[in-house]
Design a protein around this ligand. Sequence first.
Ligand SMILES: C[S@@+](CC[C@H](N)C(=O)[O-])C[C@H]1O[C@@H](n2cnc3c(N)ncnc32)[C@H](O)[C@@H]1O
Length: 363
Amino acid sequence: MDVERVFHMKEGLGETSYAKNSSMQKKVLDMVKHLTMDAILDLYLTQTPQRISIADLGCSSGPNTLSVIREIVGAVDERCCEILQPTPEFQVFLNDLSTNDFNSIFLSLPEFYSKLRKEGRREDSLSVFIAGVPGSFYGRLFPSNSLHFIHSSFSLHWLSQVPLGLFGEDGKPINKGKMYISETSPCKVIDAYFMQFQEDFMLFLKSRSEELVSEGRMVLILLGRRSRDHTDRASAFYWDLLAEAFAGMVSLGEVEQDEVDSYNVHFYAPCMEEIKGIVQREGSFTIECLEIFEIGRNDTNGVRDGKSMAMAVRAIQESLIRHHFGERIIDRLFERYGEILDKELAKEEIKVASLIVVLRKSS
Ligand SMILES: C[S@@+](CC[C@H](N)C(=O)[O-])C[C@H]1O[C@@H](n2cnc3c(N)ncnc32)[C@H](O)[C@@H]1O
């Protein structure tokens, strides 16, 4: 499957949309906000450009992307007022794969500009110019030396493809019954995932290093592992339980075992040491900050934990599952998944780990 052509978060504003099921991501964005703001202010104060070019890579649809942009613009505006400097113009590029629901973001722009006007500290309004940029961030998206600041949240754990090494020379799947690294996966599965991540993340860094101005900054937030252990419960938990929901459907004859065996996610949760090693090997950036943040249950609006977690995973995975298995299993699968998650969460507290890395382009 060409994942970059199929993969997209659930569009629109409906009950199953990403817009309505991305509060966990928002919680983490709020937790790391001080680091994001430190990075943009540090960049602004050392370069004082008249126009700041910013890109949010993997912006998706829903409120998160514009909320980050509003905070960035607000922080720079506030600092400019304090130091009695004119606020720069902002050129903002929102990037995602071409299958993304860009229209929903564009439809919310009038509300974005109206909030910005209310929050602005000056008589004259802020100049923020927003454009959508479709395409994969595993490759060039912008002209050389054209960006000052790059933000990317919850996107870089998505690989450019399902690792080819998950299939043997005979084309048969080697990670049967599972869809990601699990305790029972052969070592080759771990190797295949890690190799794909290294290749993709290297390409990402190389592409961004060409696009950023000297000393430009990047704030990258992605799901990760707490330790080098690849079967770290927090990163494997969701996929293990989704595999369990599929196994139940196989036993009821609702899905074929072969279909499950050949389904793997194009996902990899790295640990801090892996990120550090790849950044150092690629060589274009210095690490200003590398931290891990953990959050507990996603109890959204009083909805049961399991159900809200299942909805969050559905908003992310539905396009791929629908493509591989067909439409008919979706509701039943995620109902089952929610029930399994509820049972497991009653037994153990699972904390989701996110990594934040702030990088400065070397001059
Ligand atoms: C979980 S969403 C994150 C959205 C938003 N940044 C947030 O924090 O809520 C991940 C997004 O990354 C996008 N994405 C994944 N791989 C990508 C790629 N290679 N190039 C551009 N966007 C990609 C997906 O399409 C999806 O919209």
